[in-house]
Design a protein around this ligand. Sequence first.
Ligand SMILES: *[C@@H]1O[C@H](CO)[C@@H](O)[C@H](O)[C@H]1NC(C)=O
Ligand SMILES: *[C@@H]1O[C@H](CO)[C@@H](O)[C@H](O)[C@H]1NC(C)=O
Ligand SMILES: *[C@@H]1O[C@H](CO)[C@@H](O)[C@H](O)[C@H]1NC(C)=O
Length: 441
Amino acid sequence: MVLSSSLLSLSRLFQMKFKDIELPHGHTTPKHMIPRVTLLAILAILIFAITPVSYPFFSYSSLWKINKYNKHQSSHDGKENLPSAYVEKCDIFSGEWVPNPKAPYYTNTTCWAIHEHQNCMKYGRPDSEFMKWRWKPNDCELPIFNPFQFLQIVKGKSMAFVGDSVGRNQMQSMICLLSRVEWPIDVSSTNDEYFKRWKYPSYNFTMATFWTPHLIRTEMADPHGPSNTGLFNLYLDEFDKKWTTQIEEFDYIILDGGHWFFRPMVFYERQKIVGCHFCLLKNVPDLTMFHGYRKAFRTAFKAINSLENFKGVTFLRTFAPSHFENGIWNQGGNCVRTKPFRSSETQLEGTNLELYMIQLEEFKIAEKEGRKKGLKFKLLDTTQAMLLRPDGHPSRYGHWSHENVTLYNDCVHWCLPGPIDTWSDFLLQMLKMEGITSATS
Ligand SMILES: *[C@@H]1O[C@H](CO)[C@@H](O)[C@H](O)[C@H]1NC(C)=O
Ligand SMILES: *[C@@H]1O[C@H](CO)[C@@H](O)[C@H](O)[C@H]1NC(C)=O
Ligand SMILES: *[C@@H]1O[C@H](CO)[C@@H](O)[C@H](O)[C@H]1NC(C)=O
């Protein structure tokens, strides 16, 4: 079931993407190019049909690769008529992890911002190789995060991390990376650890986290629920005002969500129950987690697009898969690997693929809607890079082994320092490209 619906969304996505591929050629390419484009499509469909679903081929950002391919083709005909900036673009999100002996750029003794449960070295993680990799895109270099450059770019601006604890994990990684330049001061307006606000005084740069693991209005209906992991009511068509009323002034929003949708949920629309995910309630249809996930993103994006005075850029930080092996998260699963995968060793599939595809589809809708209002949406497409990092999680090194707490092996969050530091490399690169495109357009 999951696979077939994934295939469906893949093919839908592909059609969508295909239209996009044609567009750039619309003005510049003579009609006789079209059969070649069609041929490419047929070829792609053939590959699609005969090989197992291959993530890199269909990745949203492989768009650029296909453009390059066409470009190559047309230059054979002597029709070099695409803007050159087009080929310079590189898909920074497909690549491999390569050794980086210079990493890490901070430690648990130089940075206090590491969350307890991600301070893996403190809790006795024996290996340290997992900190010593950098991301190498296939077709270019991704520079290591430069905190000075970053703070220059975001001077006088503000950035909000909206989502779950993986978003907080990313912000704490960034605080550690920026600490070579400056420490932020706590300017939170509440004592609530889930809503923190930090300010970089010399740069007048503000960073904030907004806790909203489902992105929409929810209630905890039962702290236990069918799987003893809580049962949540999700109001699929209602904004979570705890962040939607606070976000208007921000220049950048980094939105994320995913892992909380694995728990049992009851879905409401127009205040009525419409279905659920693993709620085991009589006469309530199980619509799967994917239904809730799609609607939650749709509503969150709608909230952003309906803000009257918002002028910021919204980044969707795509789903970072967990790496439980030999069992699911609350049934003994663990992540004990100590090295990254190469891209040939694994691929995005099943639930992870489905969640990712839903994000891309809802992102596309939001982006189109936003364009009418001049709002920008960007894809911080971390999924593939993180899929390759089963070694980057705290596992059992997120707490003392003798601690009497119900903490599972953590194969969801990321040790600090660790692979999540690379998200700042991506983000800075995107901000730099943003600068270039807005300067030339
Ligand atoms: C940092 O990690 C070391 C082990 O590498 C540990 O002994 C120490 O207690 C940790 N310090 C802090 C402040 O977390
Ligand atoms: C700091 O930045 C905010 C926007 O984030 C701006 O409204 C404010 O005027 C700035 N303050 C100074 C002193 O530059
Ligand atoms: C651990 O906690 C549980 C419930 O809080 C308690 O029943 C149990 O006795 C505790 N075990 C130890 C070894 O402290």
